[in-house]
Design a protein around this ligand. Sequence first.
Ligand code: HEM
Length: 127
Amino acid sequence: MNLDWIHFYSGAVLLLILVGISQKRTPKRHIPIMISCFVLDLASVLYLEFTRDAVFEAYRRAPESIMQIHLFFAITTLVGYFVALPTGILLFKGRKHLRKFHKWNAMVFLIVRCGVFITSFWVHSKV
Ligand code: HEM
C-alpha cells in the first residue's frame, strides 16, 4: 500500500459528497455541492493522467484483478455522475417522477465511489 496526498484529496471529496447528500432536500445547497464534487473528481483524474500517465498505467496493469475492480468502480462512478446531472436538472425543473431513479443512482454511486477510494490504496502507482 502506498499513501500520498491524492488519497487525502479523494477522501475529502468523498466527505464533501456526504455533505452534499445530507443537503438533498435543499437544492440551493445540494446542486452546487454535487457539481463541485464532480469537477473535483474530474480534476483528480486529469491530474493523474498528466502527471502519472494513469490511463496507460491502468491499461498496462489491466491483468491485475485489483486494477480491474478499481477500473470497474471508477468507470461506474463516472457513469453515476453523468446520470445524476441530467436527472438532477430535470428533477429541479419539476419532473418529480425522476426522484426515485435519482435516488437509486445515488445509492449505487455512493457504493462505487467508496470502492474507488478503498481500492485506490492498492492500485496507486509509485511513480
Ligand atoms: C452524484 C451526484 C449526486 C448524488 C449522489 C445525489 C443524490 C441525491 C439524493 C440522495 C437525493 C434525494 C432523493 C430522495 O430521497 O428522494 C437527491 C435529490 C435531488 N437532487 Fe441530487 N444528487 C447528485 C447530483 C445532483 C445534481 C448534479 C443535481 C442537479 C443539477 C441534483 C439535483 C437534485 C434535486 C433537484 C433533488 C430533489 C431535491 C428536493 O427534494 O426537492 N442532484 N439527490
